[in-house]
Design a protein around this ligand. Structure first.
Ligand code: EPZ
Length: 417
């Protein structure tokens, strides 16, 4: 079990380069399995979630190796084992994104049900609805999701909820289905648009990504693409923006797409954080007294649920009463118990959290319960007086490349033991 120790109290100052998007990379690596030719991905973050997915596809027979920082070479082979290995799949929920590509390319798939995780049950009913709608026979056998089909057939599918994963699985599968597929009430996250752009770079015909309705004309072959560059990670960027504001520092983030952070920038400005947007940079300063605000997490372009824990930390030292309503996951307030140990004043009731700002937090031992809660506790350690120790810190390395080096380069004092 890995631990991180933070000596708090230093405002973050300087520049930080944001890495490629974890959630776009995971979907795009799964989509790459549909290609008949080798391909090259650029700006892929080297984080443990990616390492686990590469281990899974390698065991299945796909050749994948790093050819430089962020440069990932993938060579899908004709014969692959369509059964994703159970041990590794248990470590990575996103392995369920293998279902669509395997069904589309090989007509069968077997992926262990990743099971719930700390933030919620994470059902797959919408994945099943979509893939069955395309003609696949879906079942659950011995804890594995099994799918079988001769040839996927285009269909019209309505998503009861704009699920990111279900949108991605159905969109990928439809690319090699016969005929046209229309998916309604889809997720509109930037990662969906990035996946659609990658599929089209491989010769697919996906239209409408980023809107409520996506139209796909099935093709028979998907080729490699010279080099596809993954979008920057808006959640990594948001995490550093909160760290800069919470430590009352002055940080310039580089290699980002400000548009992807719009909902988040709006909320930080409402809290009186000063934000200067550049072409591919954002400067964050907390020059003035910050203000208590109310946040509701919603599907994109609403406030991102993956930034909820980080904002809770920021608001825990902002005078007044702030509220957070978590509308996406049913159990994403576990961090409050840990923040209370640091001196935060937070009350939760179902999906509502009420935060009463306190002057400072005091360092102590806390434990990470999931990826974003872990990152949020890191920020809490940066602002707490004295030393904070975070156990289960391996959660953090799932989604943040070189986070310790990046924070220390900004003047923090973070060490891993
Ligand atoms: C993706 O998860 C992200 N993960 C999550 O990021 C992110 O929090 C989430 O989207 C929401 O933005 C990846 O992209 C790998 P959903 P996903 O399907 O696809 C319900 C992180 O920290 N639902 O949009 O699993 C579900 O219960 C991770 O990087 C169904 O009811 O999210 C949840 O309440 C955490 N039936 C809501 O939709 C389904 O079939 C959102 O889930 C699927 C989902």
């Amino acid at each position: 079990m890995r631990k991180i120790i933070i000596n708090g109290g230093y405002p973050l100052r300087g520049k930080v380069k944001i890495s490629g998007a974890k959630n776009a990379s995971l979907a795009i690596i799964c989509a790459a399995l549909m290609s008949d030719e080798p391909l090259l991905l650029d700006n892929v973050p080297n984080i443990s979630d990616i390492q686990v997915l590469l281990e899974i596809i390698s065991i299945m027979g796909v050749k994948a190796n790093w050819q430089g920082p962020g440069l990932l070479y993938i060579e899908p082979s004709v014969k692959i084992d369509v059964k994703a290995p159970y041990e590794q799949v248990k470590k990575l929920r996103a392995s369920n994104l293998l279902l669509g590509p395997l069904l589309a390319k090989h007509g069968c798939a077997s992926v262990a049900l990743p099971g719930g995780c700390n933030i919620g049950v994470r059902p797959m009913d919408l994945h099943f609805k979509g893939l069955s709608g395309l003609g696949a026979k879906m079942s659950l056998e011995q804890g594995c999701v099994i799918g079988k089909v001769d040839k996927l057939k285009g269909a019209r599918i309505y998503l009861d909820f704009p699920s990111v994963g279900a949108t991605e699985n159905i969109m990928m599968a439809a690319c090699l289905a016969s005929g046209q597929t229309i998916i309604e009430n889809v997720a509109k996250e930037p990662e969906i648009v990035d996946l659609a752009n990658f599929l089209n770079a491989m010769g697919a015909k996906v239209r409408g990504a980023g809107t409520d309705l996506i139209k796909i004309k099935g093709t028979t072959v998907l080729g490699g693409c010279k080099k596809y560059s993954i979008i920057p990670d808006r959640i990594e960027a948001g995490t550093y923006m909160v760290a800069a504001a919470a430590t009352r520092g002055d940080v310039l983030l580089e290699n980002i797409i400000p548009k992807h952070l719009e909902p988040f920038i709006a909320k930080l400005r409402e809290a009186n954080v000063s934000i200067e947007e550049g072409e591919d940079t954002i400067r964050v300063q907390a020059k003035n007294e910050l203000k208590a605000i109310d946040i509701k997490t919603m599907p994109y372009p609403g406030f991102p649920t993956d930034m909820q824990s980080q904002m809770m930390v920021l608001l825990s030292t902002v005078p007044g009463f702030s509220t957070i309503t978590e509308n996406i996951f049913e159990n994403r307030f576990q961090i409050t118990d840990e923040l209370k140990r640091l001196g935060a004043k937070i009350k939760t009731e179902g999906r509502l959290a009420v935060i009463e700002g306190v002057p400072t937090l005091q360092g102590t031992n806390v434990k990470a319960t999931d990826l974003r809660a872990g990152a949020a506790l890191l920020i809490a350690g940066l602002i707490a007086t004295g030393k904070t120790q975070i156990t289960n810190s391996e959660y953090i390395y799932r989604g943040y490349q070189n986070i310790q080096e990046k924070l220390n380069a900004l003047g923090a004092s973070v060490e891993q033991v």
